[in-house]
Every structure is written in C-alpha cells, then in structure tokens.
Design a binder for this molecule. Structure first.
Ligand SMILES: [Zn+2]
Length: 142
C-alpha cells in the first residue's frame, strides 16, 4: 500500500506595517504601481501566516508534531516581524519591497531550515494580508 501523505498546518497572526516603494522608480511611477500602499509613512496589516508541512504519516501518527511547528513560528519567526515596520526593522527584509509575495518568500527562508531540523518538509507558506487576500509560496522552483 502506498504511504498516506498528509499536510498539516499551523496558523499564527502578526501585525506589521510596511510601505511598497521601489527606490529605482520615480515617485509618480511608485504611486501608479502601488497606489495607497505607497503611502509615504506606511500603513499596517493584520497578517495571518500559515505554514504547511507535508509528508507520509509514520508510526507516531504525526507528520510533524504541531507543537514543534507552533514553537518554530512563535519563538523563531513572529518575534522578528510582529509589531515591526517591515521596511526598517526586519534584517531579513532589508532591500526587499515587502509585498505579500516577497514577505512569504522571506518567511519560507526563515521557517524551512527549522522544519528540516525535525526531518520534515515545508510544503507551503500562505500569507494573508487581509481577510480575503492571500499569497501561497511553495518553495523555490526546481
Ligand atoms: Zn500594505
């Protein structure tokens, strides 16, 4: 019988501010491109972050202990972004335009090595920027 593959997901929330602005472009082009998200003094979001680990179910019955996944997010990741200005306060976002896409990629890079330490495989980062808008990142293209 083939192994049963299951995806498990932990969801956490954080609040942060950001500004979408590309310094290589004119102020006018930035306003066209990013609209209200180009507001010079930034603006805030209540983000929801979901990390999904995918794998076969071993004898323990757990793809990964969800408590360990929760700890990775709460102890290693959220303190770096919660109540921060993503453009200014977060070392791993320096020089990155903090769109939801780019933040999801950067969060993957923070979380994936932690998950791998447990011998597990991160499958997806889903980042909600608002209740109805989210992006999915499935890792680097192979
Ligand atoms: Zn925004």
């Amino acid at each position: 019988m083939p192994p049963s593959v299951v995806e498990i997901t932990r969801r956490e929330e954080f609040s942060a501010s950001h500004r979408l602005h590309d310094p290589a472009l004119s102020d006018e082009r930035n306003r066209e491109l990013y609209g209200i998200c180009n507001n010079p003094n930034g603006h805030g979001h209540n983000y929801e972050l979901e990390a999904t680990v995918r794998g076969a179910v071993p004898a323990t019955g757990m793809v990964m202990n969800l408590t360990d996944l929760m700890r990775i997010l709460r102890e290693r990741v959220l303190p770096q972004v919660d109540h921060k200005h993503l453009n200014h306060d977060v070392p791993f976002l320096q020089g990155v335009i903090p769109t939801a896409e780019n933040v999801a990629i950067a969060l993957w890079e923070q979380i994936e090595p932690q998950v791998r330490r447990y011998g597990c495989r991160l499958h997806r980062i889903r980042l909600f920027e608002s209740r109805n808008s989210y992006v999915d990142y499935l890792g680097p293209a192979e």
